[in-house]
Design a protein around this ligand. Structure first.
Ligand SMILES: N#Cc1ccccc1Cn1ccc2ccc(-c3cc(N)[nH]n3)cc21
Length: 226
């Protein structure tokens, strides 16, 4: 998979050189490129924003630098992902869907957002997804893109050392994951549930399923509503 990130803060993504994403890049599983939007500006001040038509507070990102940058990097079957507070909510199902794509391009806006004509132009020529990571307002698209990139890339075959660990995670089966424990068997007078020490795999599986259901009922009843 190829992932392109367009941002005015390219250094924000230096962290993607480490951890599993860094290893996936070394293994050739992931071709990740970060682009500085200001490199597509043509004025001395490398201007990327201007005042909004119709008035109002804040600044709007100019369309020209976006057009020049996206024209240069968008492949024919790329998906342009635009983080925004006013998008569809990012869930595990969308992470799984986007993990199947050949190229994702993340457009990280700042200020009050990107001139609408950029979205309209590329939506008329290809696939654009406007995506929110939750009902709260960030200062830009970088944090949202980082969260989505981590959720997506960990689903790429060969990315995680132990693919089994992906199966029983929260949200993979529509439920929250069960409680987990490791040694020691007793810690500060707190014991590990005896079933987990029983060696009875069937009983362990049944207990874990019940725990997932109970946890989901308590914390996220919305996930159980049809
Ligand atoms: N747009 C906008 C906007 C609108 C009003 C006030 C502040 C902003 C800041 N902003 C600029 C770019 C941008 C990108 C994504 C988010 C974002 C995503 C989620 N889930 N929350 N916030 C915010 C972003």
């Amino acid at each position: 998979m190829r992932i392109d990130i367009v941002t005015i803060f390219p250094a924000f993504f230096d962290v993607l050189d480490v951890s599993l994403i860094g290893k996936a890049r070394e293994k050739g599983l992931l071709d990740l490129r970060v682009h500085d939007l200001r490199d597509a500006t043509t004025d001395r001040h490398r201007t990327v924003d201007d005042t909004p038509y119709g008035g109002g507070a804040g600044m709007v990102m100019k369309p020209e630098p976006w057009g020049a940058t996206l024209d240069a990097i968008l492949g024919d079957d790329a998906v342009l992902v635009v983080p925004t507070p006013s998008g569809e909510v990012f869930r595990q199902s969308l992470a799984r869907e986007l993990a199947q794509e050949k190229q994702l391009v993340f457009a990280c806006g700042r200020y009050e957002g990107i001139d609408q004509r950029v979205i309209d132009h590329y939506a008329a020529r290809g696939r654009v997804r406007l995506v929110s990571i939750g009902d709260y307002v960030l200062n830009g698209g970088e944090v949202a893109s980082m969260a989505m990139i981590e959720a997506i890339t960990r689903l790429i075959p060969g990315f995680m050392g132990n693919p089994e660990s992906l199966v029983e995670e929260s949200h993979e089966d529509g439920l929250l994951e069960y409680p987990i424990y490791t040694k020691p068997a007793i810690w500060r007078d707190l014991e590990v549930p005896p079933v987990l020490l029983s060696g009875n795999h069937g009983a362990v599986a049944a207990w874990r399923k019940e725990q997932s259901l109970e946890r989901t009922r308590e914390r996220r009843p919305d996930l159980l509503a049809d």
